[in-house]
Design a protein around this ligand. Structure first.
Ligand code: CUV
Ligand code: SF4
Length: 625
């Protein structure tokens, strides 16, 4: 097998990663970096999006010699269709996760599970009222039944538009109606996207992209937003707390269980099980000092936000976590889980446990989690981990370094609390130029970049410029490891941001959760816009996903732009083969929705790009740049 020619220092900025990449080399284990090199150079047709496999008259690929597919589709049509379907994958991922949350909520409401409960009834009642459901003199579970139905309705097409559109500022709503991109139903928009991109349907690139925007808005303002709100109702609304990050959170003398994926429905139950005395005692009889639970990727974010559970690493750390040789079991639900984890696990004693029928992995063991048996299955998984502790070869265990402290738990509710109950202090700080703007840095890792180099440097550059940064997804771990998620990091911020965050006792980089929790950022943007009385696109806001890789990340970027938030990406999606789609993304959308994409791989230049945008928006509001 071909190994990468990169040095470990070129692969990642982190010491814990370097150490594990060296161990991988010694242990003869292949990683994503090696396979990237085997796959390079990538197919140019695929990379620019001009390869069409939508029907069997093809596949067709567009070149100077052959500018049209067999059916006559040109590069613009082919790119638009491919990109539309790419975004549909992301919208489906978030939204189907949201649906699973509603199913759990529905089961609770109808008394069909003893394993899940309403933890934040206050929030549930608040949302019920917000969505026009009567709450007075009613049993809590009756309200829950109605609310669950209301959420389900947003998925089909019974209604004109999805719920939570009520949160969108008037001007944006007008804009979406005029453009015909008001999302009607989460599933409906995804289905229509697939329909339109069937051979012989929507053969006008711009028109296809408008549907893409509508579908992504359905994800942001319904699929993802419902996932977030229901998770808060079932597992508690996050509030500020301490946690730790990096591979140092694994413990040499304990049973180590990693949770990976996205949905807290599985990981919250595993957490409960590892805290049961009976199971802790069982672990002790096997010679372990206890049971240690740590997270990876977004389900790690969910547990960290609500429960302060430590985070072992982000996307590119998932293989490396197993290479420590100290992981008994990795429990997964779905999304962003590399199939290679099974292979890497086989080189040690690490077993992957799958929990969802929609995400099975060959070579893993399946322990199906359902609403009625979540707790029982969680105990079963923890017992399996305890059994495997005896199979661990301690001579092959190497756990790098010391964990880094972070502060997490900033839901909008918590942020408002920190601000003393209203957004006014934040708005005043923005007006005074002490906080010049707010930027959400979100998303993934990608082995095409030096791991976390862009994520960390962009974050640092922005806070220097008095821009408040909100992180979610895999950028969280990057910012955390860099020491940016603690109040002390105000030292690295500009003077205005340092003053404001210092007086509030919060970090200049705020952790708001997982990828679906980007909906929290949307909501915050809407609250700010409504409070000031402008459109979201008028605000000094931006978003960025410097090292993104997934369909979901592109969907998030698209709903951010369609909602009026300028969005930076480290590299373009596979659309560059179409001038129409590329121009629309890079500038055309600005005229339509008041925001567009910007592409820049260098984090320092990207910070400039974002800063220019913030300056322009401040100027537009009559504020000093
Ligand atoms: Ni959902 S989508 S790699 S885990 S952020 Fe991490 Fe976040 Fe990207 Fe995946
Ligand atoms: Fe080729 Fe058209 Fe079929 Fe695509 S839809 S594979 S371009 S014939």
């Amino acid at each position: 097998m071909a190994k990468t020619t990169k040095t470990v220092e070129e692969m990642s900025i982190w010491e814990d990663a370097h150490q594990m990449l060296r161990k991988a080399e010694r242990d003869g284990i292949e990683t994503a970096w090696d396979r990237l090199e085997q796959q390079t150079p990538h197919c140019k047709f695929g990379e620019s999006g001009v390869c069409c496999r939508i029907c069997t008259m093809g596949p067709c690929r567009i070149s100077k010699k052959a500018p049209l597919g067999v059916c006559g589709a040109d590069a613009d049509v082919i790119v638009a269709r491919n990109f539309g379907r790419f975004l549909a994958g992301g919208a489906a991922g978030h939204s189907d996760h949201g649906r699973d949350c509603i199913e759990a909520f529905h089961a609770v409401a109808h008394g069909k599970t003893k394993d899940y409960h309403i933890q934040d009834s206050k929030k549930m009642l608040r949302i019920a009222e917000e969505l026009g459901i009567a709450t007075e003199n009613r049993e809590l579970l009756d309200v829950a039944k109605d609310l669950a139905d209301k959420f389900f309705d947003s998925f089909g097409s019974k209604h004109e538009e999805v719920c939570f559109i009520n949160r969108v500022p008037e001007k944006q709503q007008e804009n979406w109606k005029n453009l015909g991109i008001m999302p009607r139903g989460v599933d409906r928009e995804i289905t229509e996207m697939m329909h339109r991109t069937h051979m012989g349907c929507d053969n006008d690139a711009s028109n296809t992209m408008l549907q893409a925007a509508r579908m992504c808005l359905g994800d942001g303002w319904a699929g993802s937003m419902i996932a977030t709100e229901v998770s808060d109702i079932l597992f508690g609304t996050p509030s500020p707390r301490k946690a730790q990050v990096n591979l140092g959170v694994l413990k040499k003398d304990q049973v180590n269980i990693l949770v990976h994926g996205h949905n807290p429905i599985v990981s919250e139950k595993i957490l409960e099980a590892v805290n049961e005395q009976e199971l802790i005692d069982l672990a002790k009889t096997k010679g372990a000092k206890g049971i240690n639970l740590a997270g990876l990727c977004c389900t790690g974010n969910e547990l960290m936000m609500r429960q302060g559970i430590p985070m072992a690493g982000n996307h590119l750390m998932t293989e490396l976590a197993i290479i420590t040789g100290a992981v008994e079991i990795i429990v997964v639900d779905y999304q962003c889980i590399m199939p290679s984890l099974v292979q890497v696990g086989n080189c040690y004693h690490t077993k992957m446990i799958t929990t969802a029928d929609k995400a099975k992995f060959t070579g893993a063991e399946h322990v199906k989690f359902e609403m009625h048996n979540g707790m029982e299955q969680a105990r079963k998984v923890v017992r399996m981990a305890i059994e495997r502790y005896g199979m661990r070869n301690q001579d092959r265990v190497e756990i790098p370094g010391e964990p880094v402290d972070i502060m997490t738990g900033f839901s909008n509710e918590a942020l408002l609390d920190a601000l003393g109950g209203s957004l006014t202090p934040l708005i005043d700080a923005i007006k005074a130029g002490k906080i010049r703007g707010v930027v959400g840095i979100v998303g993934c890792n990608n082995p095409k970049y030096k791991h976390d180099y862009c994520n960390v440097n962009l974050t640092r550059e922005l806070i220097k410029k008095d821009i408040l940064v909100i992180v979610t997804g895999c950028v969280t771990t990057a910012a955390g490891k860099a020491g940016l998620l603690v109040p002390e990091s105000i030292e690295q911020a500009g003077p205005g941001l340092r003053e404001i965050c210092g007086s509030l006792g919060i970090p200049p980089v705020i952790h708001m959760g997982s990828c679906v929790d980007n909906a929290r950022i949307l909501q915050l943007a809407a609250l700010l816009a409504n409070e000031i009385g402008v459109a979201i696109s008028d605000l000094p806001l931006a978003a960025s996903s410097p090292e993104w890789y997934s369909e979901k990340a592109a969907t998030i970027g698209t709903y951010a732009v369609a909602s009026g938030i300028y969005t930076h990406l480290g590299h373009p999606p596979n659309i560059t083969g179409s001038p129409i789609v590329t121009n629309l993304a890079l500038s055309g959308l600005d005229d339509l929705v008041g925001a567009c994409f910007g592409i820049e791989p260098d984090p320092f230049k990207a910070a400039e790009l974002i800063n220019e945008r913030i300056k322009a928006k401040r100027k537009g509001l009559g504020l000093e740049e």
